[in-house]
Design a protein around this ligand. Structure first.
Ligand SMILES: [Mg+2]
Length: 356
């Protein structure tokens, strides 16, 4: 039976987060990165891309392409925080989530939690959740393996949803330029081009032995992907991404005193679960569902992990008071802890060699 795999890729993630948090940046060419002579662009808004600004470009070159370019300092804590909110959305649908970076992940939704038959429908739901709850757009690729799902998410950006069905794979791959293949890097693509191989159709004309002679073990991989064959499973990341406690209320609640009482109970339960797992979380998120089923989340990321029940209580109540007075009665209140600190395990983004 075919698997159902979704690849989700946030659109211009760092730049979009800056535009979300700073309304003055919206609709304007924006680069995340340092503006100094030695700075590098980490991400560019779509408005900036129109001028040819790209990530990994020197800031100096970017500024010369687009004189009105705004530079925003990267705020990785904030990107990490939003990333964990997005992952929490993924986990509503499946626990087979394999993050590739802060803004990209594979999901295997063959057997999803909502028992939805259509993977396209799941992808549309995830996109809607991300837009409604976080305010960002994502592009989704849907197919029957990781390679094709990844290719598909790139096809219709931004805010895209592209599906490659089994009988469509050959046509799609025929047209695909050689340097667009996921897994074929710049150097390899150049080598293919020198051999006169410019697209998938030409790549498929090469024999397996030839590819293995020229490219070693990778050659076998190329032979398979160009035929739409990729058996790699979606590896669920082993570490737990969040701990959450939520309470659905028997009747809708409006009064502040009642809310405080429920928040107090939820936070106590969360503290116990947190202690059981022996984890250290830096992000706390509060979720509220209104009586009309609309939903809001508010979160805060600390410099250091939450280590006491008092601190958890104060942070939780602080998020709550930011929502008061309530505009509508609520029917659900929950809190979540995420963004866990692991000893000796530096978050990936700190290992980046790009200089800001
Ligand atoms: Mg992205």
């Amino acid at each position: 039976m075919n698997r159902k795999v979704i690849h989700i890729d946030m659109d211009a993630f760092y730049a979009s987060v800056e535009q979300l948090d700073h309304p003055a940046y919206r609709g304007r060419p924006l680069a995340v990165g340092g503006s100094s002579d030695r700075g590098v662009v980490a991400a560019a808004s779509y408005e900036a891309r129109r001028f040819g600004v790209r990530s990994a470009m020197s800031s100096r070159k970017a500024a010369s392409l687009c004189p009105e370019l705004i530079f925003a300092k990267p705020r990785f804590d904030r990107y990490q925080e939003i990333s964990s909110l997005i992952r929490a959305i993924f986990h509503r649908y499946t626990d087979l989530v394999e993050p590739l970076s802060l803004d990209e992940a594979f999901l295997d939704v063959t057997d999803n939690k909502l028992a939805l038959v259509s993977a396209t429908f799941v992808a549309q739901n995830i996109k809607n959740d991300i837009r409604n709850e976080i305010g960002l757009t994502a592009s989704a690729g849907v197919s029957y393996n990781k390679f094709l799902a990844k290719m598909a998410s790139d096809e219709d950006k931004p805010d895209g949803l592209f599906v490659i069905r089994p009988h469509e794979a050959t046509d799609f791959l025929d047209r695909l330029p050689i340097d667009r293949f996921f897994g074929i890097g710049k150097v390899t693509a150049e080598k293919f081009k020198r051999m006169g191989i410019l697209n998938g159709k030409q790549l498929r004309g090469l024999g397996k032995d030839f590819l293995q002679d020229e490219f070693g073990k990778q050659g076998g991989f190329f032979y398979h992907i160009v035929r739409g064959i990729d058996e790699r499973p979606v590896h669920a990341s082993r570490e737990r991404k969040s701990i959450a406690v939520e309470r659905t209320l028997e009747k809708d609640i409006y009064q502040e005193a009642d809310l405080h009482e429920i928040a107090d109970r939820v936070l106590k339960q969360l503290w116990i679960r947190y202690g059981e797992k022996n984890l250290q979380a830096r992000t706390i998120t509060m979720k509220m569902k209104y009586s009309d089923f609309s939903q809001v989340t508010r979160s805060k990321t600390m410099e250091d992990a939450i280590l006491s029940e008092k601190e958890l209580y104060e942070q939780g109540m602080h998020l709550l008071s930011g929502m008061l007075p309530l505009e509508h009665p609520i029917r659900l209140l929950g809190y979540q802890l995420s963004n866990f600190v692991q000893e000796g395990d530096q978050p990936k983004y700190l290992q980046t060699t790009i200089e800001f």
